[in-house]
Design a protein around this ligand. Structure first.
Ligand code: C2E
Ligand code: MG
Ligand code: MG
Length: 698
């Protein structure tokens, strides 16, 4: 019994006997039927609620017929096989029954075909069911896949699947939009073909190999926006999905546009490091920037300074005009302070009415006075707050790195202390932390004011120093040397005021004056002294950097009616090397005018001979440091000799500066130097004495 095949058979039959016969027959055929007999539509329908393997159906029954039973079965379960087992059926009926879906028919008096037919039907039904099950499962999978795809398509993050070489097999809508890709472009395309090398490198470069190696890569990156509008910050996760052997089968990429977060972070960062009222850096950021500035100065040399600015009388402004006006004043002060300074300087609000300025890259400590000067000039115009004009002055404390402290905190504290000293002295005052700096600072600022007045009052005059032709002893040229006749201090040498003229830009008008004065003087002397060929004028950094220089020189020549060849301009070697390109251009313009150009202080600078060779020059002036120990110092003798021969080889005239002794004079003459200038021949002379000297020289 155990190996009998169980089968659930529903028998539609009006005769209990026939049904039993059928069951017996099935048993005899090795089956273990579990069966039920029904004989009406209602019974059949009710029984079909259960699961059956097979229906065996009589064809003709009283009150119910086989075709009706077939219909009921088909409606319930089209896969449930139905075989007619009937006394008689007739060919036409049999054909009709098969057409309607009966699986087979067997005659009651010859059941031999029943067993194979039944087995066949059970098998077929089984595979039909299996097929349907598979189809249903596939449909379910497909539905699930479609749902997942819809979810991925709808997610706002980029989701993509690619192979380790970066060939895409999936990318969602957000991804296509982010990368600026259309739908069509994608099937299996590789990122390296879709994008520029740079972008492909950004997308794949570090992340893909790392993910293949470590299983995943997570990080942030900036992707050029598809529409060209800047960059999009992304956070990106690349995960490697391995096959059974641990080889990377494919990679999934999830990336999120984090612009908003970045913006928010930047805002937070800004809020944490800036003052709400003025938008200036706060103390925190100031300290931070100073740290790095000081590190820089430590490496590169030079100075840095912190200036503490405290508004004078701010309390009175606040009390009398109200806090709103006070706030406006502070905001305006902030803006104006910033506009007075270089972008590299840091202006910070320290709190209340205190501002801090950090300046670095100072060549000299005095350069900090430039900042004071700029701020003073900047605040000569009142601040407008509502309908009020407020004149702003500050009490300023200055601490200089490294004199007044090597750490940020010390410098700030000392600048603060210095500021209190300035406050005690009254409004609109400044104090250095180191007292000696105050004297120097005051002196410089006082001198600056005096210099401005000197320009107005024309306190400058020219001295002239003759250049003597060594061979003939004749005076060939005069170098114009500026002097300042100070009402109290007397005659001030150029070394004491030229740097200040440079810093303040006053050198440009003063330099113009020197040019014109020298040209005018030359014109007068030339009438009497035809041996005198020219006058030589020194040009400073600021003048040489002025693109108008050639035009100014041209204008002076025309105005004073001096031929261009009568004027020589002296430019120091170092000045020429500052900006070789611009120097070349400016010299060419001067050369085109016809004026001569001399390299002043030659030998102490760093010019390359190869470079000098290409410039349109006329004269080398050997610096006096090489001349002073002639002819005893053998090194200097060699240098001077070499300079003379070099000058001549380059087709230049050679002048020796600072000739103080007869020995030097002879040495130079013996080595073919063209002109000598120095106390031995003549010191610089006041204009009024030049005539007398020239007369004597003859
Ligand atoms: P520099 O062009 O090299 O001028 C020569 C300087 O050497 C002059 O100094 C002169 O008085 C001095 N000197 C002349 N002979 C001797 C000597 O035998 N021994 C020694 N020890 N010194 C001698 P000074 O007049 O004080 O001028 C200094 C510098 O100031 C000049 O050096 C020049 O670079 C600059 N300078 C003078 N006048 C002007 C000017 O009008 N404009 C510009 N931009 N710079 C000027
Ligand atoms: Mg000179
Ligand atoms: Mg010189």
């Amino acid at each position: 019994m155990d190996d009998m095949q169980p089968v659930r058979v529903l028998i539609v039959e009006d005769s209990e006997n026939d049904a039993l016969l059928l069951v017996d027959f099935l048993r005899g055929g090795g089956l273990a039927p579990e069966w039920r007999r029904v004989q009406s539509r209602a019974e059949l329908a009710a029984e079909l609620e259960a699961r059956w393997d097979l229906v065996l159906c009589d064809y003709t029954m009283p009150g119910f017929d086989g075709l009706q039973a077939l219909q009921v079965v088909q409606e319930r379960d089209p896969d449930l096989p139905l075989i007619f087992v009937s006394g008689t059926i007739g060919e036409a009926n049999a054909v009709e029954a098969m057409r309607r879906g009966a699986r087979d028919y067997v005659l009651k008096d010859n059941l031999t075909r029943l067993l194979p037919a039944l087995r066949r039907e059970l098998d077929e039904a089984h595979s039909r069911r299996e097929q349907r099950r598979l189809e249903a499962a596939a449909a379910a999978v497909e539905r699930e896949r479609a749902r997942l795809a819809a979810v991925l398509e709808a997610t706002p993050d980029l989701v993509a699947i690619a192979d380790p070489d970066g060939c895409l097999s999936f990318i969602n809508g957000a991804g296509r939009r982010l990368l600026g890709l259309g739908q069509a472009e994608l099937d299996g395309r590789c990122l390296r073909d879709l994008f520029s090398e740079r972008v492909a490198e950004l997308l794949l470069g570090e992340a893909f190999p790392a993910a293949c190696r470590d299983g995943y890569w997570f990080g942030e990156m900036a992707l050029p926006a598809a529409d060209g509008s800047g960059e999009i910050p992304l956070s990106k996760l690349v995960m490697a999905h391995r096959d059974g052997e641990g080889k990377t089968d494919y990679l999934s990429v999830v990336a999120r546009d984090i612009s908003e977060r970045k913006k928010f972070e930047a805002e937070l960062q800004h809020q944490a490091t800036h003052d709400r009222l003025t938008g200036l850096p706060n103390r925190f950021l100031l300290v931070d920037r100073m740290e790095s500035e000081l590190a820089h100065v430590r490496r590169r040399g030079g100075f840095a300074a912190v200036l503490f600015f405290d508004l004078d009388n701010f309390k009175r402004i606040n009390d009398s005009l109200g806090h709103a006006v006070g706030d406006t004043v502070l905001r305006q002060v902030a803006t104006r302070l910033q506009s007075c300074l270089r972008p590299t300087d840091t202006v910070a609000r320290h709190g209340g009415d205190e501002f801090t300025v950090a300046v670095s890259e100072l060549q000299r400590v005095e350069d900090v006075l430039v900042v004071l000067r700029k701020v003073r000039t900047g605040f000569e115009v009142p601040v407008i707050a509502g309908s009020q004009e407020v004149f702003v002055t500050f009490s300023i404390g200055i601490a200089v790195f490294p004199h007044d402290g090597v750490g940020v905190e010390t410098l700030l504290r000392n600048a603060d202390t210095a500021m209190y000293r300035a406050k005690t002295a009254g409004r609109d005052q400044y104090r250095f932390y180191a007292p000696d700096m105050n004297d120097r600072g005051h002196e410089l600022l006082a001198m600056e004011a005096e210099l401005r007045r000197a320009v107005e009052r024309q306190e400058f005059e020219l001295f002239y120093q003759p250049q003597v032709e060594l061979e003939s002893g004749r005076v060939r040229a005069l170098e114009a040397l500026i002097r300042w006749r100070h009402p109290r201090r007397g005659l001030v040498p150029p070394g004491d005021f030229l740097p200040l003229l440079e810093d303040t830009g006053l050198i440009v008008p003063v330099g113009d004056w020197v040019l014109r004065r020298a040209c005018a003087d030359l014109r007068v002397w030339r009438r009497t002294w035809p041996d005198l060929l020219r006058v030589s004028v020194n040009v400073s950094v600021a003048q040489f950097g002025d693109p108008e220089l050639a035009a100014r020189v041209g204008a002076a020549l025309v105005a004073e009616q001096v031929p261009a060849g009568g004027l020589e301009l002296e430019i120091t070697e170092n000045l020429m090397m500052r900006d070789p390109q611009a120097t070349g251009e400016m010299l060419q313009r001067l050369h085109d005018l016809g004026v001569r150009v001399a390299v002043d202080d030659f030998g102490i600078g760093y010019s390359s001979l190869a470079y000098l060779k290409h410039l349109p020059l006329d004269v080398l002036k050997i610096d006096r440091t090489f001349v002073s120990d002639l002819p005893r110092d053998a090194d200097d003798a060699v240098i001077v000799e070499a300079a003379i021969s070099l000058g001549h080889k380059l087709g230049l005239g050679v002048v020796a500066e600072g000739v103080e002794t007869e020995e030097q004079y002879r040495f130079l003459r013996g080595h073919g130097c063209d002109l000598a200038q120095g106390y031995f021949c003549c010191p610089p002379l006041p204009t009024a004495e030049v005539d007398a000297f020239l007369a004597k020289g003859r």
